[in-house]
Design a protein around this ligand. Sequence first.
Ligand code: PGA
Length: 245
Amino acid sequence: MTNKYMYFVANWKMFGDFKSLKLVNKVISFSKKFKSSKFKIIYLPPTTLICPMAQMVKNTKIEVGAQNCHHQDNYGAETGSVNAKMVRGVGAKYVILGHSENRENGESDKLINQKIKTALKNKLKVIFCIGEKIKDKRNKKTKSVLSKQIKLGLKGVKLNNNIIIAYEPVWAIGSGMIPKSNELFNAIDFIKSRFKQNLKILYGGSVNDKNINELKTIHNIDGFLVGGASQNSKKFIDIIKKTYN
Ligand code: PGA
């Protein structure tokens, strides 16, 4: 049973259409009734659903964010892109940056750093993802990978509560595997030790309604970034409920 203020972030990735908005309605109803008030829910829908979802969650405990944004602050000839101003303009309050799926698609630490700065300038809060690959873990490079991603990604960034870190071991994303509790505790502890400020650190990677019972016992985690299981409102609600039971 936790008594801590926790974040629950639903990352829908490239899933979801108009019909999926019904799932959010269920979570809104749940959030109004739930006994604890010490939590925040953030939905990260695909860009196409930011606007309708932001309308739905007005006056609720739920907020909406974007899954990426362009590094450029101004408008421009960038076919297929949206910038921070544009997502902010339709109701996004957050943006997730540095996700390993985008790093895999070629986003460098430098580009991620530019995006973070542009997002903050446009008053978006940033969920900054970091995490080691399986080969880094096997080579005992987890700490050096995390340090490098933090150093380069946040270079020149004024840190305050506008940055939330999401620790997502790449090998845990979508694989059904999660780190051992002591390894996860140590990784979160290490990340916290990199900052003078008291930043929120979330865990992401195969979080579901079963393993949450184990994950919630790791007391230095400030919340969960949920991918696959967040597309099922019952599972997502169960994750929240079980965290507090
Ligand atoms: P997963 O995704 O919960 O499906 O592993 C997490 C994420 O990539 O944010």
